[in-house]
Design a protein around this ligand. Structure first.
Ligand code: ZN
Length: 324
């Protein structure tokens, strides 16, 4: 999911609509009121719990000129009407910088961090401060990380850095230690269900939440993207391969057209699931072997090696079919 300001979006709303994050937002706005909002924050937690939405709301709150005079945490939320808020909505605020990979899945380069540094040390133009949102922070390569570290070591007054990461362990420890770390977790099941059900009237809410490990935004995204149907079709196809009613090569050809990350996720969670022996009739050793092969494929995919997915899926399906 990518909710960071991008040029093709005409207008953006910064009102936080994720109830499970309200207490955390209030805690942060209280810190703003009391002038002790940290100069660098690291928001971590699983995909799909609202880290970016929280980060964006924090940025808008920090920049809002009306709320700067607020006396309660609630009034410290972005007003939506001042010049700063209007510029944020139009994605043209000169005191806000979003840093993300130039292409999805690529690294954040040192040049981008140099631009960030220039931004941080320049004077605010409209608001009383400047805000940087960097996401996903783990996408920084080593040079970029080192460059950011320098900026963190010499923080500029009235500049706030908000780092967002689903994999904080991949950040340099020295970067982690210079940020105030806040870890978001999945909301309780009822809150998650209510939020998704308010936005999705069709079936499959519970299953989507289960597949998303309880992360509401991820579940909704999967429902809206038709993932649930696709996932069922994949598992049905695999079951048919195992029972010999589906051709391996045709199946692999179909699978090669799917996003490998999604497919891996579905297959892994199926192998991981409790009912695997019942639904697939595979022995424990076989399950382990297939799972570890999926890990190998996942590694290749994440390293962006030039893989023939069709061949990989063919081999994998053939092995899943073979007798132990
Ligand atoms: Zn405002």
């Amino acid at each position: 999911m990518n909710n960071i300001a991008t040029a093709e979006q005409a207008e953006k709303n910064y009102t936080l609509t994720l109830p499970w994050l309200f207490p955390l937002m209030e805690q942060f706005t209280r810190q703003m009121l009391e002038g002790r909002f940290p100069s660098a924050v690291l928001l971590s937690g699983p995909e799909g719990v609202g880290k970016i939405q929280l980060a964006e709301s924090l940025a808008a709150s920090l920049l809002c000129t009306h709320s700067a005079a607020a006396e309660t945490p609630r009034a410290r939320l972005p007003c939506g009407e001042c010049k700063s808020c209007r510029l944020m909505r139009g994605l043209t605020h000169p005191d806000f910088l979003a840093v993300e990979p130039e292409e999805a899945g690529k690294v954040i380069k040192v040049d981008q961090i140099r631009a960030l540094t220039d931004f941080v040390y320049a004077r605010p133009q409209i608001a009383q401060r400047r805000v940087v949102l960097l996401h996903p922070a783990e996408a920084m390569n080593l040079n970029a990380s080192n460059a950011l570290l320098k900026t963190l070591e010499e923080p500029s007054a009235d500049t706030f850095l908000i780092l967002v990461s689903s994999h904080p362990a991949r950040l340099l420890p020295t970067i982690r230690s210079r940020c105030l770390k806040t870890s978001l977790s999945v909301p309780n099941a009822e809150a998650a269900r209510r939020w998704v059900a308010e936005r999705w009237t069709g079936e499959g809410v519970d299953r989507a939440l289960l597949n998303a490990h309880g992360a509401p935004l991820r579940a909704l995204e999967a429902l809206e993207g038709g993932d649930d149907d696709q996932r069922m079709a994949v598992l049905e196809g695999w079951r048919n391969v195992l029972s010999g009613t589906q051709d391996v090569f045709a199946m692999a050809e179909e699978w090669a057209k799917l996003e490998p990350e999604k497919l891996l996720d579905w297959l892994m969670s199926t192998l991981h699931g409790q009912a695997r022996s019942v639904t697939l009739g595979l022995g424990e050793l076989k399950v382990q072997a297939l799972y570890s092969e999926l890990l190998d494929i996942a590694r290749g995919v994440s390293e962006k090696r030039n893989l023939s997915l069709q061949l990989l899926w063919e081999n994998w399906l053939i092995r899943s079919k073979a007798r132990e």
